[in-house]
Ligand binder design. Structure first.
Ligand code: SF4
Length: 189
């Protein structure tokens, strides 16, 4: 699997010391049992600083291989949605940093306790950058972000499973949903 430039993290030099410290802290974290069985640690991609924070649930197969969140076909679709709705800097992360182990050949979902323990890294991002908007990607991420104001969108991986026409409509609805939310954040500031 090849890496593409958009999968990287672009850091304003003013924030490079903070980013290094933050990354090394969460890449060596042992706060929950996932650290013993993890594949890759997948932290974030996008821009630092950022105005919009997107949070998915956990790294999947492509993320485990490439080490960036939301890569592969669902990441491509997410990028398309963001290109047409979020006209500002954004950062993409997950509720857990460590890729959960495989069960029956598939990466298992993170446990609630793992998500709660790892929420510290999302709290840290929000407290440092006070994003204008937080977007949960999918229902599980939505439930994990109950403690902070956010909107939630359907996971791109689910949209990819829809029949083509239904998928096109749902993608456009997601673009409209984020655009409306972006507009209302501008009006309330
Ligand atoms: S999932 Fe999060 S809290 Fe658990 S070990 Fe990994 S970085 Fe630490």
């Amino acid at each position: 699997m090849r890496e593409n430039k958009r999968q990287r993290l672009v850091v304003d030099p003013k924030y490079s010391a903070w980013t290094k410290k933050y990354s090394s802290k969460w890449k060596s974290c042992k706060r929950c049992p996932l650290h013993k069985e993890t594949g890759s640690r997948v932290l974030m991609r996008g821009f630092i600083p950022f105005e919009v924070l997107l949070v998915g649930e956990a790294p999947g197969e492509s993320e485990d291989v490439l080490g960036w969140p939301f890569v592969g076909p669902s990441g491509k679709l997410l990028d398309h949605i963001l290109d047409n709705s979020v006209y500002t800097s954004y950062l993409i992360a997950n509720t857990v940093v460590c890729t959960p182990p495989r069960e029956d050949g598939k990466i298992r979902d993170p446990f609630q306790t793992e998500k709660e323990t790892c929420s510290g890294h999302i709290r840290e991002l929000i407290s440092k950058f006070s994003p204008k908007m937080v977007i949960a990607i999918g229902l599980h991420a939505h439930r994990s972000l109950e403690w902070t104001k956010h909107i939630y969108i359907i996971r791109p991986a689910v949209l990819l499973r829809y029949p083509e026409r239904k998928a096109d409509i749902a993608v456009q609805q997601t673009i409209n949903q984020i655009s409306r939310a972006m507009k209302s954040t501008k009006q309330t500031r």
